[in-house]
Design a protein around this ligand. Sequence first.
Ligand SMILES: Cc1cc2nc3c(=O)[nH]c(=O)nc-3n(C[C@H](O)[C@H](O)[C@H](O)COP(=O)(O)O)c2cc1C
Length: 178
Amino acid sequence: MKEKIILTDYANLITDALPRGILLNTNGDKFNSMVIGWGHIGTLWGRPTFNVYVRQGRYTKPQLDKTGEFSISVPLGKTDPLINRVCGAQSGYNINKAEAAGLILEDAECISTPGIRQYPLTLECRVLYAQDQDLSRIPADIRERSYPQNVPGTNPMSNCDYHTMYVGEIVNAYIIRP
Ligand SMILES: Cc1cc2nc3c(=O)[nH]c(=O)nc-3n(C[C@H](O)[C@H](O)[C@H](O)COP(=O)(O)O)c2cc1C
């Protein structure tokens, strides 16, 4: 069962959860889920939006470009250590994360990317806009820390790759209830 929510009632909860890791799900060649710590909920062009930032080497990147949609899954309570380890340190290029992390998928209503029962607060998003970062415009201290040019893009954490920002229009929002 999906319990519809008013986004503004949950904006603080989502913002608080981000640094511990929430999930960005895509469903291109297969379902895949990656942990994100950066993102924001807000309004753009008069529409409710969720922005995500994805490095070039992530399996998630071509999936997003192919499908133009994603879902966001936020835990209500603690994060699951297995889910965070698998989805935040392994790549969909190498494994099936839904199997490895035991994700229980829940079909979405408006898009083709499922949500996840274990992380029940769900946003269904369609990509409205995407823009590559220009590393030369990022403050030097942040660039050195977040984009070390001697670390290859296959590294699951900070590496040489810039991010692409995807602005997703939130087209549906709910909590998956048992
Ligand atoms: C707490 C945490 C936050 C993260 N935030 C991001 C992020 O915002 N953007 C990003 O590109 N990678 C981020 N990562 C790294 C990806 O989750 C990780 O590289 C993942 O393996 C990519 O999966 P994929 O290759 O299947 O897309 C984060 C990892 C953790 C543990």
